[in-house]
Design a protein around this ligand. Structure first.
Ligand code: NDP
Ligand code: GDR
Length: 354
């Protein structure tokens, strides 16, 4: 039986990946942080009492800023595969906590690579690094491929560029099976509540149900290549099943403006939105509401721009070219954006109807 160790197991991707690997027959170990309130909601359903027999899902307390702790966990688990998904992953917040992000998102990757080396596991343990389309930042080429030069635009992107290159360096220097997945934005009903898609689907559900008045939002013009987390975690696994370690772009190849995502989310509830005005004065008003379950007046303002959500430096346009993943990994995403929006809005309507 193969053993996997996942950092960031309590996050969106960690939760989906844990379930995916358990289904494949892996013993799954995860690193969770001690917190003053519960932070395991996304994975609680996978948990079984450790006193039962045949438990294949085991959590360890730990932190990517703590090298000795990581060495001990890896020594205990002796994993065949490590998925380094742990990170302070919010781009806007990284401007407020740049040093912390450099330590966890950047040096955290180094600590894992060094742990593998110190423990003499370089020939046994494969490692996946959660790299990101934020490396491209101010895009030097459209669409972006594995060969597009990087130009990060946030402390998050800069920390992740260190993690990217140290992974490549350990592969070349020590012949390790160390790989980067350069994943473009991926979403789901498990997406953190402060990322733009989930913020929009939650607000749409609450506004439709009469529980919220207005969605305050930042830059409506930025464009993202949005996929579904379930498709993307499968790519992570495929990357570690290849004969040779390598780096891969994972993306849908379709880009959409934030404004359009807002429109699509409200449309799922039968509410048509019209945008009026420009820049910080832009608003979204109800043009029609055909769903008899929701009583929204035509002309009601439901979206307002709030400059507090703007970033000091923005990434305007991301669109990935995943040709290499398609041809080498055989990876093809199953979800399109319409299906993602539909699933997220439905899930949030259910959540707030409760
Ligand atoms: P989430 O923010 O949902 O999850 C992040 C995880 O990292 C959580 O489990 C969090 O723990 C954990 N974590 C945070 N800080 C530390 C730390 N100091 N030590 C150990 N663990 C820590 O992110 P996603 O699941 O969306 O993303 C997974 C990874 O993929 C991240 O590295 C992200 O940067 C990267 N990525 C994500 C993309 C996306 O679109 N989702 C695209 C490209 C890359 P806790 O629950 O306690 O906060
Ligand atoms: P991103 O995702 O920065 O691409 O990073 P996010 O959803 O935070 O922002 C996407 C775009 O939407 C704009 N935006 C807003 N963003 C947020 N969070 N809140 C708002 O109110 C808002 N209004 C407009 C942003 O300016 C941006 O242009 C995500 C994370 O998962 C990273 O960890 C990951 O590496 C990248 O995706 C790929």
């Amino acid at each position: 039986m193969k053993k996997a160790l996942i950092t960031g197991i309590t996050g969106q991707d960690g939760a989906y990946l844990a379930e995916f690997l358990l289904d494949k027959g892996y013993e799954v170990h995860g690193v969770k942080r001690r917190a003053s309130s519960f932070n395991t909601q996304r994975i609680d359903y996978l948990f079984r009492d450790l006193h039962e027999e045949n438990v294949k899902f085991i959590l360890h307390y730990g932190d990517l800023s703590d090298a000795t702790n990581l060495i001990r966990i890896i020594q205990e688990v002796q994993p065949d595969e490590i998925y380094n998904l742990g990170a302070m992953s919010h781009v806007k917040v990284s401007f407020d906590t740049p040093e912390y992000v450099a330590n966890v998102d950047g040096l955290g990757a180094l600590r894992l690579l060094e742990a593998i080396r110190i423990l003499g596991l370089t020939h046994k343990t494969k490692i996946y690094q959660a790299s990101t389309s934020e490396l491209y930042g101010l895009a030097q080429e459209v669409p972006q491929t594995e060969k597009t030069p990087f130009y990060p635009r946030s402390p998050y992107g800069v920390a992740k560029i260190y993690a990217y290159w140290i992974t490549v360096n350990y592969r070349e220097a020590y012949n390790m099976f160390a790989c980067n997945g350069i994943l473009f934005n991926h979403e789901s009903p498990l997406r953190g509540e402060t990322f733009v898609t989930r913020k929009i689907t939650m607000a749409t559900a609450k506004i439709a149900l009469g529980l919220q008045d207005v969605l305050y939002i930042g830059n409506l013009n930025s464009q993202r290549d949005w996929g579904h987390a379930k498709d993307y975690i499968e790519a992570m696994w495929l990357i570690l099943q290849q004969e040779k370690p390598d780096d891969f772009v994972i993306a849908t190849g379709v880009t959409t403006k934030v404004r359009e995502f807002v429109r699509m989310a409200f449309a799922e509830c039968g509410i048509e939105i019209e945008f009026i005005g420009e820049n910080i004065n832009e608003i979204g008003v109800v043009k029609s509401c055909t769903n008899p379950s929701y009583s929204l007046e035509v002309g009601k303002v439901v979206v307002k721009v709030d400059p507090n959500y703007f970033r000091p430096t923005e990434v305007d346009l991301l669109i990935g070219d995943a040709t290499k993943s398609r041809t080498v990994l055989g990876w093809i995403p199953k979800y399109d954006l319409k299906a993602i929006v539909q699933e997220m809005v439905e899930s949030d309507i259910k959540l707030f109807t409760k």
